[in-house]
Design a protein around this ligand. Structure first.
Ligand code: NA7
Length: 533
């Protein structure tokens, strides 16, 4: 690339999702550019536009806190916002804070190389841009890189194949169609009941059944909204003191302190709470005591048995192989009820796995299914996928994929040893998915921006972390995960959702307050674990 095509900036932010947008705003006093793969802002809420896409955290919480006027003027129509409202909000923020002028859309980063003599990153994009900058902030998202199923024959299929995370903006018409749907995680559970209402037939290919509780979504009550707006500052502060950066009702007592009748009562209230996650928050020990967890599992299974009329189908929908909450509890709207429709068929692909796409549909080890449309809601190469799909080269020509070959290593989830001046937001071993993503993302952006500002004030040009620091963080991550039941479920939390993926626990389950305290303590302790020059 010739030198006249090189653009020099202070900071490159990768991704114009909620964290990247806030980073752009927070660091606006620097010469900063944001590179975004999509045509619009919103990240997760730009890409995941499948029918029924909705957040499972209340939007009064799942929104920015950095600007009081913004939180006073914005109104959410529902408790749990649908994708179009979240995307509208992202666009509003981009316009209101003049972010667009610094975002380069449809311009994914292809590769990055650190020049250790200059202490500069060279960033190359798909559109052929070459940017040179001191710092890179990768706000690439935890659930960005879609996991495409591995079966052969994709090109042979005569109908259409969609992944829910790459849904066409114009939507899909299912009327009169035979639809095959693969994946019964949070995404599948939201999308399928809507598709079943339109499609001629819906075949659900289920490998592992999911625990799911009713979302309880409803129009946002005006008084409730007013109360939040009157108390936003205090509530946002309180949120940061909770495990999940959310004021969701926390359990106060152990299940062992209750009689069997009291337990049933509490679980029934949790089921009807209209507040996502209350089933796993019914008692203080659901995620730590296998016996208590099993009680909650059986309560949830009995709900499935009471909703689904065909006992064989009901039994196949009952999860038995992992603890409830071990992977993310799904929040549904008519999901189990959907199986009472005449046009929905449940196919067990644990027993007889899918082996190929064919010209007319899908073949499992047991049968051929003729279909017009195939939808894969098969999740993501989560946490590390977005970073590993960029060719990143740090010091001594070391590639990030090589460094992470046995699983990601980070210090505080923010930096990787040998990759100086590169910060991640919601990187591996942060409380992603365990702590409300917008609020915890804002916190991480502020922490990172303070570090960069401090570097500038002190006239420093290079910051890295030590391998010892990475090892001590790995010990902390493992220690806290040993105390919970998350390790007993195969999911994207522990890299077991994708065959052959290595890495163990991908997220930090020690809670947001402990995470943020450790991050702050490292800086207060003279940048412990970092090297700066
Ligand atoms: P998830 O939760 O990872 O779910 C993916 C689903 O796809 C899950 O049911 C998987 O079954 C299934 N899957 C994946 N690969 C296959 C193959 N090869 N064959 C059959 N079935 C397969 O992704 P989501 O998009 O639903 O949700 C991601 C997050 O978004 C969620 O945690 C929330 O935070 C929001 P498996 O369970 O692996 O047997």
């Amino acid at each position: 690339m010739s030198s006249e095509n090189v653009e020099n900036v202070d900071i490159v932010i990768i991704g114009a999702g909620f964290s990247g947008m806030y980073a752009l705003h927070r660091l606006r006093n620097h010469n900063v550019v944001c590179l975004e793969a999509g045509e619009g802002v919103g990240g997760t809420w730009y890409w995941n536009r499948y029918p029924g896409a909705r957040v499972d955290i209340e939007s009064v919480e799942y929104s920015y806190s950095f600007d009081e006027e913004l939180q006073q003027e914005w109104s959410w129509p529902e408790y749990f916002s649908a994708q179009p409202d979240l995307e509208r909000y992202a666009n509003h923020v981009a316009d209101r804070f003049n972010l667009r002028e610094r975002i380069r859309f449809s311009n994914p980063v292809k590769s990055m190389r650190f020049n250790q003599d200059e202490n500069l990153w060279h960033v190359y994009t798909a559109q052929g841009n070459h940017l040179v900058c001191r710092y890179v902030i990768a706000a690439t998202g935890s659930l960005t890189a879609p996991n495409m199923p591995p079966w052969p024959g994709r090109e042979a299929f005569k109908g259409d194949i969609y992944h829910t995370a790459r849904w066409p903006a114009e939507g899909v018409d299912f009327s009169g169609k035979r639809v095959g749907f693969i994946g019964t995680g949070s995404t599948g559970i939201q999308a399928m009941p809507i598709i079943a209402e339109q499609a001629e037939e819906l075949y659900v290919f289920q490998r592992t059944p999911a625990f799911c509780m009713p979302s309880g979504n409803r129009p946002l009550d005006e008084e409730y909204e007013r109360d939040w707006k009157d108390n936003y500052q205090e509530r946002r502060r309180q949120m940061l003191d909770t495990y999940g950066a959310s004021l969701i009702k926390q359990p106060e007592f152990s299940a062992h302190e209750c009689t069997a009748e009291q337990r049933e009562d509490i679980l029934e209230q949790a089921w009807k709470s209209q507040s996502a996650f209350q089933l796993i928050l019914a008692f203080s020990d659901v995620m730590t005591d296998p016996e208590v967890n099993e009680m909650v599992c059986e309560f949830a299974r009995n709900k499935i048995r009471s909703i689904v009329k065909d006992p064989e189908v009901a039994e196949l929908l009952c999860p038995t192989s992992y603890p409830i909450g071990g992977k993310r509890l799904c929040i549904g709207n008519g999901y189990f009820e959907m199986y009472n429709r005449g046009n929905v068929t449940l196919v067990d692909v644990k027993k007889a796995p899918i082996i190929e796409f064919t010209e007319t549909g899908l073949r499992t080890e047991a049968a051929q299914y003729d279909l017009d449309i195939i939808i894969t809601a098969t999740g993501f190469d989560a946490v590390t996928g977005a970073m590993e799909r960029i060719d990143i080269e740090g010091c001594n020509n070391r590639k990030l994929v090589e460094k992470w070959a046995d699983g990601p290593t980070t210090y505080l989830g923010a930096m990787v040893s040998g990759f100086p001046n590169l910060f991640m937001i919601h990187g591996p071993s942060t409380p992603a998915a365990q702590a409300q993503m917008i609020t915890s993302g804002e916190w991480q952006v502020n922490w990172t921006a303070d570090i960069i500002d401090n570097m500038e004030q002190e006239g420093l040009s290079r910051i890295d972390v030590t391998e010892e620091a990475e090892q001590s963080w790995a010990q902390e991550v493992n220690m806290v995960s040993e105390q919970t039941l998350h390790k007993l479920a195969d999911s994207w939390y522990n890299a077991k959702n994708i065959e052959g993926k290595k890495g163990g626990m991908m997220i930090y389950v020690g809670g947001f307050p402990r995470f943020s305290e450790l991050c702050e303590a490292a800086i207060a302790d003279g940048y412990k674990g970092f090297t700066r020059e």
